[in-house]
Design a protein around this ligand. Structure first.
Ligand code: PMM
Length: 335
């Protein structure tokens, strides 16, 4: 039976004697929760974590698309789609999209994530040519103005290929390379990093009664298996980022369980990305009917992620999130 080790992560200068640094960053742990399916969780000392798992939890990841992974980075969201839930229709014109990307970089985004197909619940798939026409020219135009990393949010190999040719440095695949079998090869050949995100079901139907045996452990096992798949396809392990996929085939309780258990994903030995910005559960819990009313809740969840050692925070609101992170780091970031 698989045993899972979730470090109990803290931040701050009052670091316990003998505590381990999580993934070489500002977070630390001296205890962990040992989880087994169908059994009660057990608290153990970090020293009792098996050495191979401890090594994955503590090692500093190689930089991803030039970003050092010993601190959290903001990934600015740029959806060049007519129908994304938060910014759909706002950035369809290429010049408006480029200005927004440049503004996000100026506000503190380390990387811009460009998507040409909405994956919100109920969304329909978009033809490859349409997705390329929406994304590649915008990527090329941003690249002409800035050398900041750009990621392409796509499930499709031709879209990834066109984006990389236009200057993208990372493939962000919400299907974890499972939708288009050729995306892994395109990514491997280009030598760019990939983000493997967990989703249950297709966007069109994923919110219709999603079920899990144990959501945290099921998502962990799925990501472990997708890492193996990516490595077998020739993508180096140190170029892989993992993401539990908040809101993708998950109920409110599933999202909360994943957020509470976030630090477990560090045991996969890859940087972790969290994308919760403006999502529906924030409105449900925090009372923001419109996506734009969910900024304070989004910042709170991003801070929670940073305190759990998440290295990439995918957000719409760069300035607000950066201010919160800067304060958190000033208070608790020195260890
Ligand atoms: N969420 C959305 C789209 N792409 N990619 C990753 N890696 N993680 C996410 O959580 C994620 C994603 C949907 O949100 P949007 O419509 O605001 O882009």
């Amino acid at each position: 039976m698989t045993i899972y080790y979730q470090p109990i992560v803290r931040m701050g200068a009052d670091r316990a004697l003998g505590a381990y640094r999580l993934a070489g960053g500002a977070c630390w742990f001296d205890q962990a929760i040992m989880r087994r399916r169908g059994q009660a969780d057990q608290w153990i000392a970090a020293d009792d974590i098996p050495p191979a798992v401890l090594a994955r939890l503590t090692r500093t990841s190689r930089p991803i698309a030039g970003m050092d992974m010993d601190r959290p980075h903001l990934m600015g969201i740029l959806n060049v789609t007519p129908d994304s839930f938060s910014d759909g229709g706002k950035f369809c014109a290429a010049d408006v999209a480029v200005s927004h990307a440049v503004a996000m970089v100026q506000a503190g985004a380390s990387i811009i994530d460009i998507g040409g197909e909405s994956t919100r619940p109920g969304a329909e798939t978009v033809a490859v040519e349409v997705e390329i026409a929406r994304t590649a020219p915008v990527i090329a135009a941003i690249r002409a103005q800035s050398d900041r990393p750009i990621s392409i949010d796509t499930r499709k190999a031709p879209v990834a290929q066109a984006a990389i040719a236009a200057g993208a440095n990372l493939v962000n695949d919400v299907s974890a390379l499972a939708y288009d079998m050729a995306t892994a090869a395109v990514t491997a050949q280009a030598g760019v990093p990939v983000c493997l995100m967990h989703a249950q079901g297709a966007p069109a139907t994923m919110q219709q009664d999603p079920r899990y045996d144990d959501v945290l452990l099921d998502v962990y096992d799925y990501l472990a298996q997708r890492i193996d798949h990516a490595v077998a396809a020739g993508i180096a392990r140190d170029r892989i980022v993992v993401d539990p996929g908040i809101g993708f085939g998950k109920t409110l309780d599933h999202n909360l369980a994943l957020l509470r258990g976030l630090s477990l994903f560090h045991a996969l030995g890859c940087p972790v990305l969290l994308g919760a910005s403006r999502k529906k559960f924030i409105g449900t819990l925090g009372g923001g009917q419109d996506a734009a009313d969910r900024v304070p809740g989004s910042v709170a969840v991003a801070l929670h992620g940073a305190r759990q050692g998440v290295q990439l925070l995918r957000v719409h609101d760069i300035s607000a999130t950066k201010q919160a992170l800067d304060l958190e780091w000033a208070i608790n970031g020195a260890v």
